[in-house]
Design a protein around this ligand. Structure first.
Ligand code: DAH
Length: 567
């Protein structure tokens, strides 16, 4: 599962990862990204705060108005449509009227522009809030994670409003302008300055600002996140993430005036007490990232090295305790390899890259014979805290994919099951309990192939700078790991656009889609691709007729919408 795509495009190879980090820190793209974005954006955009605490007495609600159109700039008919949209009762549905289309989410109404790429199938999944349904495995997993990062030290938020500004999703977090995550092929754009959040880190800024006046020293956030992606048993365009952070503040003395050095000493001693308080565990740990290589995983220039070492110890131990809790629960429920029941759990730390942390790490667990990536984490980039008004604090943060953990915990084999409304699935789970999932049946699969020619498109334009009618909207694919080796010119076809059509037509009736064959015609230089689409329902047997009908619709929409030629 591509859990952590913010770092994923540099994960393709270690050297690529290192070169990106070098670029991010050496030419200041990252710091510039934050400063420029905030200077421009702050003047015209009110601040967003759309996280909610899971404790009703600490709930906090205000309109997220970033990303809405500025009325003065719009002609009358567009503003009239926007007003009509705002008055709408219906949420999460495309509304079309007098030549305009738009959607109203819980946070706000948005008029589509040429950047919008939302599909009805994705909107149908918005607002299900699985993390809030007590007997649902997503909610049970969330609560288990929250029990490790619990009150009174941590405040536990949920974020029910899925629309966020590009500023909060990318800019504030230091994403370079050309980060593939920003691409329209990878991200659902509501309009040119708003997206369906691609990760819970989009709420980091709001959560940090909220820390200013509360007594907790850390937080967690749980939310549904959205990514245009491939189709298989571990990918779904909506999934859940949790994000956590812990902060330490320079403590002034109530009566005496302390020097900065004294305050720093006090903060260090607070850190060391906090480490002492963490319970011990019996996990076997391989730490391949125990030192801080200034080239590959640098400590930030403004940070104090002993503090960073202590935060790293605290962060790693806290997450090891989380993994211990999760996997003990899975073992107790009898999930996993029964022969491995008595083996100690093995985990390892490796270096990673995220635009918003440095140093950064990933934690992997040895599970059923392979290393499995579980989460990303690191020391929060200081400009992010400064931007939130917390220049007197330092912090660690982590982000984790909830489905991956839930699949391991409950032994759920297919990510589509989380969205099932079948009682045979839902009735198996109970609040606060981890139980092994019993498959109710496996219905037969039926595969169909589709082969087509694609056209090459000029290189250079990114999806967001391309003119809407230039035919490049689907070009400049965002995910560098998907670039095919034989490709010298980026093609006008991006796999994720096909996946989107497939989801629209087949919904959860498509189990996976694989590239079977790829070749370039020796004379014309055109490229041909052939994909195999595996149709299978989780709930019933599909008839041949039904599958043929779906597949014909796929072929006809692909040829009319993707500029391809069927073979
Ligand atoms: N937001 C990251 C992603 O989706 C995950 C992540 C990694 C979050 C590291 C964090 C962090 O807060 O420190 O790729």
């Amino acid at each position: 599962m591509k859990l952590l795509t913010t770092g994923a495009f540099v994960r393709a190879s270690r050297s690529a990862r290192l070169s990106l980090r070098y670029r991010a820190s050496s030419n200041n793209t990252y710091y510039l990204g934050i400063r420029l974005a905030s200077r421009v954006a702050r003047a015209k955009l009110p601040e967003e705060f759309s996280i909610e605490s899971s404790r009703p007495d600490q709930r906090h609600d205000s309109q997220a108005t970033e990303g809405q159109i500025t009325l003065e700039e719009q002609d009358d008919s567009k503003s009239a449509f926007k007003r009509a949209l705002e008055a709408q009762q219906t949420l999460n549905k495309v509304i079309t009227q007098s030549g305009f289309s738009g959607v109203k989410f819980r946070n706000a109404a948005f008029v589509f522009d040429e950047t919008s790429n939302l599909s009805p199938s994705i909107l149908d999944l918005v607002g299900r809030n699985l993390y809030d349904i007590p007997n649902h495995p997503i909610c049970i997993t969330r609560k288990l994670i929250e029990s490790v990062f619990a009150q009174p030290e941590f405040i536990n938020h949920v974020a029910p409003k899925p629309a966020v500004s590009t500023r909060l999703n990318f800019d504030v977090l230091g994403f370079p302008e050309d980060h593939p995550g920003r691409s329209r092929t990878d991200t659902y754009y509501i309009d040119s300055s708003s997206v369906l959040r691609t990760h819970t880190s989009a709420h980091q800024h709001a959560a940090f600002k909220h820390m200013k006046n509360i007594e907790q020293t850390g937080y967690t956030i749980c939310a549904d996140v959205y990514r245009r992606d491939s189709i298989d048993r571990s990918h779904f365009p909506v999934f859940h993430q949790m994000e956590g952070a812990k902060l330490w503040q320079l403590q002034p003395h109530p009566t005496e005036k302390l020097t900065r050095y004294q305050m720093l000493k006090n903060r260090r001693s607070q850190m060391s007490q906090d480490i002492e308080k963490l319970p011990k565990h019996g996990l076997e740990i391989i730490d391949e990232a125990g030192t801080f290589d200034p080239k590959t995983n640098p400590i930030q220039a403004e940070h104090d090295h002993p503090e960073v070492r202590m935060m790293a110890t605290h962060l790693k131990r806290s997450l090891e305790l989380l993994v211990n809790r999760i996997f003990s629960a899975a073992k107790e429920a009898g999930v996993g390899n029964p022969n491995a029941q008595d083996e100690p759990l093995k985990i390892r730390w490796i270096e990673a890259y995220f635009p918003f942390t440095s140093p950064s790490w990933e934690l992997e667990v040895w599970w059923q014979g392979e290393w499995l990536e579980l989460l990303g984490c690191g020391i929060v980039q200081q400009p992010i805290l400064n931007e939130a008004g917390l220049s007197d604090r330092v912090a660690w943060a982590w982000g984790i994919g909830v489905e991956r953990l839930a699949m391991l915990l409950f032994g759920i084999p297919d990510i589509r099951l989380f969205w099932s409304t079948d009682k045979r699935f839902l009735d198996q789970f109970h609040e606060g309990k981890v139980t092994k999932f019993e498959p109710f049946s496996k219905y037969p699969a039926c595969y169909k192939d589709i082969a087509f020619w694609i056209n090459a498109a000029p290189a250079g334009a990114t999806p967001l700078t391309a003119k809407p009618d230039s035919g490049l909207a689907a070009a400049a694919g965002g995910d560098a790991t998907k670039a095919l080796p034989s490709e010298t010119v980026p093609s006008a076809f991006h796999e994720n656009d096909m996946m989107e059509i497939l989801r629209d037509i087949g919904g959860s009736l498509i189990e996976d889609v694989k590239l079977l064959e790829e070749f370039v015609h020796p004379k014309s230089g055109r490229k041909s691709l052939c994909y195999r689409i595996n149709y299978r329902s989780l709930e019933r047997t599909l008839t041949n007729e039904e599958v043929n009908q779906l597949h014909n619709e796929v072929a006809s929409r692909m040829s009319s919408e993707l500029g391809i030629e069927l073979r």
